[in-house]
Write a protein that binds this ligand. Structure first.
Ligand SMILES: [Zn+2]
Length: 279
C-alpha cells in the first residue's frame, strides 16, 4: 500500500475511533445527568401516521426535533422533559417474547411461514394508531438478513434497528431505548450473522473509501478478543454489543434489573436460516 494511503487510512481509523468514544461518553453523561430524558410525547419513530394511543401525531422529523430541543434544554440546564408512561405495551413476559421469536424462526427454517398468508391490509389498519412490538432486534444491514421474514413476524411486531456490523452506536442505543422504554419491548436481540462483511473488513483493517472505516472502531474489541477467526469475531461482537447495550443505557439496564426485559446475543446462519442464541 502506498505510504500516503496507509497514513490516510491510519488517520481515518484513529479519527473514527476517537469520535466513537466521544459520542459514547457524551451519550452516557447525558443519560447519567438526566435518566428520564425521553421524547416529549409517546410518538412513533417508524413513519408518518403511526402514533401511540393518545400521543400527538408527531412525524419522524418532529421526534428528532423534540429530541434536539430536549438535549439543548439539558445543556443550558433550564428544562427536564417529563414523559408520560408508555401506553402501548406488550403483555408478554421476556421469556415468552423470546420464545415467540424463536418459534417464528423455526417456522421460517421449516418453510411454514404464516405471516405471508395473513391479510396485510387488516394488520395495517390495526397498527395505524399505535404500535406494540413485543421484541426489538439490532441486526446487520446485510441484505441477506431480512429480520421480519427470518422470525416470521409482520407489521407492528418487531422494532428493528439495522446497521452494518450490528453495532451499538449512540444513535442505535437511543433508538433501542425508545423501543424498550416507550414501546415496552420485552426482549432485545443483537443478531450477528455468518460471513458478515463488516466484521471481515474490520479484521482485515484495509483502507476503504469514504467513511466506511467508521465501522472499524466499534468492531475493534471483538476483533481484539477473537483474533482473525471470522466466526469467532462475529459471535464475540454480538455478545459485546449486547453487553454494551445492557451497561451503557440506564433505560435498558434498568428494564433488565426490573425483570421487564431480556437482552440476548444471537447468530443467524445464512445457509440454514437458523438463529442460534449465544450464551
Ligand atoms: Zn453483516
Amino acid at each position: 500500500m502506498p505510504a500516503g494511503v496507509e497514513q490516510h487510512a491510519s488517520f481515518t481509523y484513529w479519527y473514527a475511533g476517537a469520535r466513537y468514544v466521544w459520542l459514547l461518553i457524551r451519550h452516557q453523561v447525558n443519560v447519567m445527568r438526566h435518566p428520564d430524558l425521553k421524547p416529549a410525547e409517546p410518538s412513533c419513530v417508524c413513519g408518518d401516521g403511526l402514533t401511540a394511543d393518545e400521543g400527538t401525531n408527531l412525524s419522524r422529523r418532529g421526534f428528532v426535533a423534540s429530541t434536539i430541543v430536549g438535549a439543548a434544554a439539558v445543556m443550558v440546564g433550564t428544562t427536564v422533559l417529563h414523559v408520560p408512561p408508555a401506553m402501548a405495551q406488550s403483555t408478554l413476559t421476556p421469556d415468552a417474547a423470546l420464545k415467540s421469536l424463536m418459534d417464528g424462526n423455526k417456522r421460517y427454517v421449516d418453510g411454514q411461514l404464516k405471516c405471508s398468508s395473513e391479510n396485510l391490509a387488516i394488520l395495517k389498519s390495526k397498527t395505524a394508531e399505535k404500535q406494540e412490538p413485543f421484541a426489538a432486534v439490532l441486526s446487520c444491514a446485510d441484505s441477506r438478513v431480512p429480520v421480519e421474514i427470518v422470525f416470521d413476524q409482520s407489521i407492528g411486531q418487531l422494532f428493528v434497528v439495522r446497521l452494518a456490523g450490528n453495532i451499538a452506536t449512540p444513535e442505535v442505543i437511543a433508538s433501542l431505548e425508545y423501543g424498550v422504554g416507550v414501546l415496552g419491548t420485552k426482549v432485545l436481540m443483537v443478531l450477528g450473522h455468518g460471513n458478515c462483511g463488516a466484521v471481515k473488513a474490520a479484521i482485515e483493517g484495509k483502507a476503504v473509501p469514504g467513511q466506511i472505516s467508521a465501522l472499524y472502531a466499534p468492531l475493534r474489541m471483538a476483533v481484539d478478543q477473537a483474533g482473525p477467526n471470522l466466526d469467532a469475531a462475529i459471535d464475540a461482537n454480538a455478545r459485546i454489543q449486547a453487553d454494551l447495550l445492557s451497561k451503557a443505557s440506564v433505560i435498558i439496564g434498568g428494564a433488565i434489573k426490573e425483570g421487564k426485559l431480556k437482552v440476548v446475543p444471537a447468530r443467524y446462519d445464512l445457509a440454514s436460516g437458523k438463529v442460534s442464541l449465544l450464551t
